[in-house]
Structures are given as C-alpha cells and as structure tokens.
Design a protein around this ligand. Sequence first.
Ligand code: UDP
Length: 195
Amino acid sequence: ASKIEILSIPIWNVTMDETKNFVFQCIQENRAAIIATANAEMVMKAQTDNELAHVLQNADMVIPDGAGVLWAAEQQGDKFKERVAGFDLACRLLQEAAVRQTAVYLFGGAEGVAYAAVEKCSETFGKINVVGIRSGFFTEEEEKQIIQDIRESGTKILFVALGVPKQEKWIYQHLSELGNCVCVGVGGTFDVLAG
Ligand code: UDP
C-alpha cells in the first residue's frame, strides 16, 4: 500500500478492510507485526520523542486514525482513502477473530476492565477466543511474567492498552519476545468497550 508522510511519520493509505486483511495475512504467515494508530497528537509527540518516531517509522503499518491526520494530508495535497479509527479497528479485529476463533490477548487498562470489554464484545460478536487478559499496571518483576505469559499463550493478536506513547514503545521493545503475534496499540479502547 502507498504511504503518505505527515511531518516525517509515514502513514499507510489503507481502508479498514485492507488493514483487517493485512492483520490476518500476517497471522496466516505466522509473523510478528506492529500496527500503530496515528492521530494528530501522536504525530506531534513524535516530533520531540525520537523513540516514538523510530517506532512509527519501523512499524509494519501505521493507520490514519484521526481526522487531524486526514486534514494535514489535504493541506499538503494528499488524500487518504478513509479514516481508520483505532477503536473501530479493535472492534473489527475482535469481530473477525470471533468468526475465525483466532486467539486474542488483551493487555492493559485497570484491573477488570479488559475482562468487562470482552464480556461486552462477546454479546455482540459471539464467543471470543481469549487466551489471556492482564491489567496494565505492573512492576518490573511482573513485566517478565507478563511477557512470558503472552508468548506461551500462543496469541495471534495482542491488544496493548497502556496509553500513547508507552504502548508503542513497549510493543517495539518486546516484539521479539512475544511470539509471532500481531500487536496493536489501542489506548483507551478497553475502557470504552467496557462501558
Ligand atoms: N494504562 C495502563 N497502564 C499504564 C498507563 C495507562 O494500563 O501504565 C491504561 C489506562 O488504564 C487506559 C489506557 O492505558 O485504559 C490509556 O488510555 P488513555 O485514553 O489515557 O490513552 P490514550 O488513548 O490517550 O493513549
């Protein structure tokens, strides 16, 4: 897919369907991947946060999450096909995962929130193959166990909700230890889903 650069951050000109297909293609090929969702706030953060910029420049896909990103593209004479909101992507992936019974792991958020989010989604999408849930507040010692648990769970999709830019950096730092899964930073998605 072609990319549009906004302030040195490459953002993929993809639709929701193309993003979903990419995720499941990675799963089929059994390879690890990082999907990041770029909104104006993240692009601005990346201007002064070199580590975040590096992660975004090396992600497997950065999707046009925010209206501000679409607007910025138009200012420079480019046009994204559509906005692919991170929240909507998380829902779409959970829906497809339910259909295919793809293993998913939810990491992040306050205690009980991801669990409540899964309960709510199951009501809409049917049974979801959840192989792990872990809250996003942890010590260094616990972090090692979390990484091991994710790897041993054999998850195919890992949703990480630690907030921006912590989740992007965390995924990038630990990608090789997480097993071959597609990692998606989802911010406050679990909170919204949990209601
Ligand atoms: N969070 C977490 N661990 C942390 C910091 C944040 O699990 O150390 C969670 C928090 O509970 C919330 C999410 O990360 O569910 C971040 O949501 P927020 O809307 O603040 O982040 P944004 O989407 O703006 O990045």
